[in-house]
Design a protein around this ligand. Structure first.
Ligand code: NA7
Length: 546
């Protein structure tokens, strides 16, 4: 492949070639702007480029885990199951890039190192890992919510003589068949990888700190009839999803737990369990599982009962049963609990016997027990949301860096814009909506594109009258602080707030605990965006400066 250099000057530099970067590129090209997308990865895919671990799967329904803007492609692009497997998400994104001839605007193996706002020129001066520098009117970060791996500092980890791999930096050459494998972590990723590899490894030891509630995914192949039904109402389906809380492709319940009798409640839980899908289990039967302690406790008891029924060894079942609220990102699986009925699959409860070290031979837990292993898989998650920004130096007005700006926790206006960082837009930045990610990306990209369009048109109109104005799209400190208040309010009364997870930054030692999402749901989030557009961008300074 011929190596390419970026041009010295572009209208927009987009960082990241996943769902967000692809759609942003497509949209800005429609405006006639010059755009480059860079990505440190070797090809398109974003999160999916790196997370190639066995069992990787999206847990939004296939029909909504894609772009909604290419209507013809929605009708024709095939998907075989209710959920898209990791390799198929990658194929889909590659397909979109080819279909819209976007690759020629992309540079891979190219990392953003730093960017400075040049006030006198109203431009971003951007340094890349290739040694190149680029000036851009707009800097758009599509870094993903989950792209910086969380690699815990376990003593002796680098002395391990076998293979060590994080799920978010998966090496496809690893052959797990017939191996003794340890998996550290049992969140969404750990559950997927354990469920998949339990079938063919020689021995599997699962190191679990907090058990999590997971329900069946209900994944099945889709029939031609099912697809035809989806195709017949695709527009309505996408619109319904955009008007829902989580945009996961199902109707959320509008009835409270207490409005049903105990028998009805049990029947609803059973029905949700057999239909499958984590978000559906949380929001499809009752509208208050994450806010009403009784409803939440009932959901917990229901799942705990299922675990006890599925897992035959009572000691394994006890360890697998969670004890805290059901208020982390809801999980689903393709038969996780039943894997523990295999003799070669065991569980180590790290609350009872923490890991003390890793040696050349394996993982040591308290009491000196050595779990001898050929492979250690770190399914330990991500330094999520703002973690992706901490490896780059972005300097805005008055020399302020994003790191300084976020020293008390990451804030933004609408998850998109940060005061003192003009013409910088984030796709799914901190304090964006908590929902199906492609849907969140679409609303952000459409908002950013419209703001840029308005600003560019205003600049063109001014220049016709002989005024030389420059585009500066920047939010105010007040708007940012008010939005932080809106986000805080959106999680009031929610048990999510009382439950430690990556959503608030609790998973990485030393990370500031802060509200990193807007929890009001996608429908309300879109309404907030619309209010801003309709009011000629309230919360932003005027778009033109001399
Ligand atoms: P998660 O949900 O953050 O899960 C990470 C898991 O790793 C979780 O079980 C953690 O235990 C565990 N962990 C983290 N650090 C350690 C150490 N030091 N020792 C033992 N165990 C540890 O990440 P995922 O990748 O599973 O999922 C993240 C999102 O990606 C998911 O929501 C999807 O949207 C895709 P803990 O619970 O903190 O005790």
């Amino acid at each position: 492949m011929v190596s390419q250099s970026p041009p010295d000057r572009v209208d927009a530099l987009v960082v990241g070639a996943g769902f967000g970067g692809i759609y942003q590129l497509y949209s800005l090209l429609q405006l006639g702007l010059s755009v480059k997308v860079i990505d440190m990865a070797g090809d398109v895919g974003g999160t999916w480029y790196y997370n190639r671990y066995p069992g990787a799967m999206s847990d939004s329904y296939s029909e909504v885990y894609r772009f909604s803007w290419d209507k013809e492609d929605l009708q024709t692009y095939p998907w075989s199951h209710r959920y898209v497997q990791g390799p198929d998400v990658l194929k889909y994104l590659e397909h979109v890039v080819e279909r819209h001839d976007l690759r020629k605007h992309m540079l891979f193996n190219t990392e953003l190192l730093s960017a400075q706002w040049i006030e006198s020129e109203k431009l971003w001066d951007i340094q890349l890992s290739t040694g190149a520098t680029v000036k851009a009117t707009y800097l758009i970060t599509a870094l993903g919510l989950l792209s910086r791996p969380n690699f815990p500092d376990i003593p002796g980890l680098n002395t391990f003589k076998g293979t060590l791999c994080h799920t978010a930096a998966w090496n496809n050459d690893i052959d797990l068949k017939g191996k003794r494998v340890g998996v550290i972590g049992c969140g969404s990723t750990g559950v997927q990888v354990i469920t998949e590899i339990a079938k063919y490894v020689k021995e599997l030891v699962c190191f679990q700190r907090h058990p999590q509630y997971t329900v069946p995914s209900g994944d099945t192949p889709v029939t031609a009839e099912y697809r035809a039904k989806v195709n017949a109402k695709y527009d309505q389906l996408m619109e319904q999803s955009r008007k829902s809380l989580y945009a996961m492709g199902f109707e959320e319940s509008d009835r409270s737990f207490d409005s049903y009798t105990p028998e009805e409640q049990e029947t609803i839980f059973e029905s949700l369990w057999s239909q499958g899908n984590g978000f559906r289990f949380m929001g499809g039967g009752f509208n208050d599982v994450s806010t009403n302690k009784n409803a939440n406790a009932a959901a917990c008891a229901f799942i705990r009962k299922k675990i006890a029924q599925i897992v035959k060894d009572p000691e394994k079942a006890r360890k697998l049963q969670p004890y805290d609220h059901y208020a982390r990102r809801p999980l689903c699986d393709s038969g996780y609990y039943k894997q523990f009925n295999r003799d070669h699959v065991s569980i180590v409860d790290l609350k009872e016997t923490p890991i003390t070290a890793v040696t050349g031979e394996g993982i040591v837990t308290t009491g000196g027990k050595v779990h001898e292993l050929d492979v250690i898989i770190m399914a330990t998650g991500f330094d999520a949301v703002d973690g992706n920004y901490s490896r780059v130096r972005i300097q805005g007005k008055n020399g302020e860096t994003l790191k300084d700006h976020w020293s008390h926790g990451p804030t933004s206006y609408l998850g998109v814009s940060v005061a003192n960082f003009p013409n910088m837009f984030m796709i799914t930045g901190p304090q964006g909506p908590f929902c199906n990610i492609p849907s969140a990306i679409e609303v952000h990209v459409e908002f950013i594109t419209e703001a840029i369009k308005q600003a560019e048109e205003a600049a063109a109109a001014a220049s016709k009258t002989g005024e030389q104005k420059k585009v500066v799209v920047e939010t105010t400190m007040k708007a940012e602080s008010d939005w932080n208040g809106v986000c805080e309010k959106s999680v009031e009364g929610s048990l999510f707030k009382e439950t430690a997870s990556w959503i608030f930054g609790a998973n990485v030692p030393g990370k500031t605990l802060a509200i990193r999402f807007y929890f009001g749901g996608l429908r309300k989030f879109r309404e907030e965006l619309q209010k801003v557009v309709d009011s000629n961008y309230v919360g932003f300074r005027p778009f033109l400066e001399s």
